[in-house]
Design a protein around this ligand. Sequence first.
Ligand code: SAH
Length: 349
Amino acid sequence: MEKKDIKSLSLQELEAEIKELGDKAFRAKQIYQWLHQKLVTDFDQMSNISRELRDKLKEHYTLTALHAIDVKISQIDGTRKYLFRLADGNVIESVWMQYHHGNSVCISSQVGCRMGCRFCASTLDGLERNLTASEMLDQIYRIQVQTGERVSNIVIMGSGEPMDNYDNVVRFVRMISDPNGLNISQRNITISTCGIVPGIRKLTQENLQVTLALSLHAPNDEVRKTLMPVANSYKLADVLAACREYFDKTGRRLTFEYSLVSGVNDNLQEAKALVSLLKGMHGHVNLIPVNPIKERDYVQSSQRAIQEFKNYLEKNGINATVRREMGRDINGACGQLRKSYLEEESKGG
Ligand code: SAH
């Protein structure tokens, strides 16, 4: 019999399972709270659950717990980058950031990624596999235990494309916002996508309150195709129409991410095109100075170009912010910590 992953089961599912094992449904709630509020990593820590039931649980379920193999702490702002090992040996990274409004964690949704965005380190070796809901949850759980501080915000902006692991990501959102779990408000959760239209449409129907962030990176299909292969599958007009529907249904303002790459998408011509593209959309633009990776020769826009781009947007009625660089001293672009770790490992380092 293959064991089930107990930490990926919703409370309702767990109740059905516990009844099946011949126990009372209220036990399921206790077990759920041990897993998702007290954040235990071992069935034997569930002290109000009988020995007999704990043994049954061990027989039927695995309990996912990530193992932190490295943490880098910024001397500048306290940002922490965690490298976690999964049960099958794969390695993922997550980032913990402190803001005045609370602590935010950036989680990975896949091991690797198959979207192929040209400037991104996470996709260089392709997709290894999807993460389970429990592996996404446990990134938050282990970080909350290690820092001893409550996590209040989550961005699904680490390695991976959330819409390419849709069911597990939605399951994760429901479980992390469950009052019997960490109860993190859906309004404090952001899902960032490269723009997979059917995924955005499906999410619109889920009745969730999460913020949708679109990785835009260009004001037209032509430039976008040079940076993001996914632009060959979905036209910007359709992507933006899906985003508009998301806003109409949920009332959640959109975020448009725009990584500025010198000479590629950062001149005033593009700023102008972006203004007409986004006119009337309810959202703001988050400008990200591209973080150069050694495998590609993209260059970050100058501070002056970044400011001019931002000013142009604002003068023309589009809200824009430049993403503050957190943990500059421990920085590497998305997926770079994992990549350099794997390279060292394969060298036997
Ligand atoms: N797959 C999701 C999450 C990716 S990471 C998505 O595409 O939205 C979050 C953001 O960081 C995305 O906007 C991504 O395009 C951007 N990004 C990735 N690597 C980057 C780099 N080296 N420099 C700047 N932005 C980068």
